[in-house]
Design a binder for this molecule. Structure first.
Ligand SMILES: Nc1nc2c(ncn2[C@@H]2O[C@H](COP(=O)(O)OP(=O)(O)OP(=O)(O)O)[C@@H](O)[C@H]2O)c(=O)[nH]1
Ligand SMILES: [Mg+2]
Length: 274
């Protein structure tokens, strides 16, 4: 297809929300006019998050609410929304070049720069733009933890990652759907796993564009950091293992194709000579 015949990428935002009653509607209302489609996942909130979203939904036909009845963790909330997008891509309803945005429901992400991030993603043909949050207003232990995690992920990704825990991201749907074959995520690990998997698969990932953080709010715990540290090498290994399996299977498949091709030629010759 020529560029002229190609439609503009569809913009789909995914917002996971767990007990975000005070902020969720403000985030959705700001995001709604910036995208073509909005998916909000209520992750079994025990406050009024779902009620707030349901009251806001009428008059916003391009927003869908998905939910878990019981809290399952941020990664599962993403998995629910992203596997749905992957199914729509496989059904031909969405395009591999469509863009998926992820934005937290707590107001931590500055939506004024979303257009700039999108422009960079498109102009530089990126597969993933992981906005690097300016954490200068954060406590030192949080900054240090983020640096350790990003350095660890860099080693396993084989590409520089500066804020691997950032949830403010833009993905090309084709790349994201491919990455979903290699990870599911547990608790908060979705962000680190997808970054490592995409880099390992050879996709173009940027994680150096700095964005300000208007709100400081952190619920992550030491336990979450330990989980994330542990899953990083596992995510890299999953890519390596599947790749080496494919590499081992490729000569066998090629030989199979040659045999099949040769017998087809022989069969055609035989039928011609009858
Ligand atoms: N804490 C938490 N957040 C969830 C969960 N499920 C979905 N979320 C949402 O996931 C998004 C990110 O969660 P945050 O707790 O803000 O985590 P974060 O911004 O990655 O962490 P920090 O870097 O510590 O700020 C928010 O929009 C949450 O509402 C869950 O089980 N726990
Ligand atoms: Mg947050």
């Amino acid at each position: 297809m020529t560029n002229a015949g190609r439609r503009a990428p569809r913009r789909i935002a995914v917002v996971p929300a767990y007990n975000e009653e005070p902020t969720v509607v403000r985030v959705l209302a700001t995001l709604y006019p910036l995208v073509d489609e909005l998916v909000v996942v209520d992750d079994g909130s025990t406050d009024g998050t779902r009620g707030e979203v349901q009251r806001w939904l009428p008059g916003h036909p391009n927003c869908r609410l998905l939910w878990h009845d019981v809290n399952q963790g941020m990664s599962e909330a993403y998995y629910l929304a992203l596997t749905d997008l992957r199914a729509r891509l496989q059904a031909g309803e969405l395009d591999a070049d469509d863009l998926v945005f992820t934005v937290d429901a707590d107001g931590q992400h500055d939506l004024e720069v979303l257009e700039t991030l999108t422009r960079i993603t498109i102009d530089e043909h990126l597969d993933a733009m992981l906005a690097r949050r300016d954490l200068t207003g954060y406590p030192a232990f949080k900054r240090f933890g983020n640096w350790v995690m990003s350095s660890w992920a860099t080693v396993w990704a084989g590409s520089p990652l500066h804020d691997v825990e950032s949830g403010y991201r833009i993905f090309r749907l084709g790349a994201l759907a491919h990455a979903l074959d290699y990870y599911q995520g547990y608790k908060y690990s979705e962000t680190v796993e997808v970054a490592v998997v995409l880099c390992r698969l050879g996709y173009r990932v940027r994680n150096d564009h700095l964005v300000r953080v208007p709100v400081f709010r952190s619920r992550t715990r030491m336990r979450d950091a330990v989980i994330d540290m542990a899953v990083v090498p596992v995510a890299a290994w999953r890519v390596w293992r599947r790749r080496s399996r494919f590499a081992a299977a490729a000569p066998i498949a090629a030989a199979g194709a040659t045999v099949a091709g040769a017998s087809a030629v022989l069969a055609r010759r035989r039928s011609r000579s009858r």
